[in-house]
Design a protein around this ligand. Structure first.
Ligand code: PLP
Ligand code: COI
Length: 341
């Protein structure tokens, strides 16, 4: 396969139309077989459930070219499981796990010319999603759904690559207690848009959301979980029922314990203790692990000793180990890597 003529090293995190996408429809209580199509457009009723009541969920994962030149995807089974949880919470049908993994693999294979070559720093972002497609006017779930998977080659999520970020403590909430913060539903992102536009206008890279009930505990940002490092090199990750269970964060926890021999605590993290950490990072598929240099709480600055120039040493080790596994430089735990044949 001949690669597309793309300036891989200078890609940002944006959408580029690729050749094929996967589409499957749910009707009369069943999913059809699904097809790969060149058509990147969707025609639905003006009254579709997704347009009226935001009945839409999605996932995000990546395909990588390994050092040996194979194309691989990272833990797609966990994305399938999370989409299932999202579907159940929004009263949508489940797209079967094995079919999900097959659809993702088939879409990547059909767009293999867009998978960035090894060493370019770019990857192929994969976006599976599902939405209510038939007319719904009373508030109720749709009866018909569409599941789709598209791909787009991407570079780093944050401009400047791995330069430490400045984060604002937001006055807005992204989730409600007992709400939908733990699933990957479009509605969570819609309600974060005003907060992120405000933060950007004020010169911040991202928001830190606090727990909506007490506003004393760290939750996450609009698109990534937090990870902290203590001064004695322990990893601390926030635990909350209203944050998204990040697959990257869960993988980093495993890597920290099993590859780096570090102790990990998953627990409630109070804002008042953040000033005592040595390093902080944002973790997610898009963010990978992006270092945080500074958190600003209404004018009061929390500056991490790792500084504003480069990643802290433990964050760097985590980053190198995780990306080493994803790019085939390090042996992966059983079942983490699916090779696209
Ligand atoms: N938190 C939110 C709100 C996200 O949108 C994402 C992105 O997927 C994450 C965390 C990170 O999750 P993952 O590592 O599974 O990509
Ligand atoms: C991801 O990391 O996959 C995300 O979905 C984050 C963001 C682009 C919404």
């Amino acid at each position: 396969m001949e690669k597309k003529n793309i300036d891989w090293a200078n890609l940002g995190f944006g959408y580029m139309k690729t050749d094929k996408r996967f589409v499957s429809n749910y009707k009369n209580g069943a999913w059809d077989e699904g097809v790969l199509t060149e058509d990147d457009t969707i025609t639905i009723s003006e009254c579709a459930g997704v347009l009226q009541y935001a009945q839409t969920i999605f996932e995000g994962l990546k395909a990588y070219t390994t050092e040996k030149g194979q194309i691989v995807i990272f833990r797609p089974d966990l994305n399938a499981e999370r989409l299932e949880q999202s579907a159940q919470r929004l009263e949508m049908p489940v797209y079967p796990k094995d079919k999900f993994v097959e659809a993702v693999a088939a879409t990547v294979k059909a767009n293999d010319a867009y998978v960035p070559p090894y060493g370019t720093g770019a990857t192929l972002y994969i976006r599976p999603y599902m939405f209510g497609s038939n007319p719904v006017i009373g508030v109720k779930p749709a009866d018909e759904y569409q599941f789709r998977v598209f791909t787009t080659p991407v570079g780093p999520y944050f401009k400047g690559g791995i330069k430490p970020l400045t984060i604002k403590i937001s006055d807005f909430d992204r989730a409600a207690p007992h709400g939908t913060g733990h699933i990957k539903a479009g509605l969570n992102y819609a309600m974060s848009l005003h907060a992120i536009v405000t933060a950007h206008k004020e010169g911040f890279d991202e928001n830190m959301y606090l727990d909506p009930a007490t506003r004393t505990k760290v939750e996450e940002t609009g698109g990534a979980n937090f990870l902290f490092v203590t001064k004695d090199n322990k990893i601390v990750v926030p635990k909350s029922p209203s944050i998204l269970p990040s697959i990257t964060r869960r993988s980093l926890v495993y890597v920290a314990e099993n590859y780096l021999g570090l102790e990990v605590e998953e627990r409630e993290v109070f804002l008042s203790e953040v000033k005592d950490f040595a390093e902080a990072g944002l973790c997610g598929t898009a963010a990978v692990i992006s270092p945080v240099g500074k958190i600003v709480d209404h004018g009061k600055e929390i500056c991490f000793p790792s500084g504003m120039d480069s990643m802290g040493p433990i964050t760097k080790k985590l980053y190198d180990t995780l990306t080493g596994i994803q790019m085939g430089r390090l042996e992966a735990p059983e079942g983490w890597i699916k090779v696209i044949e």
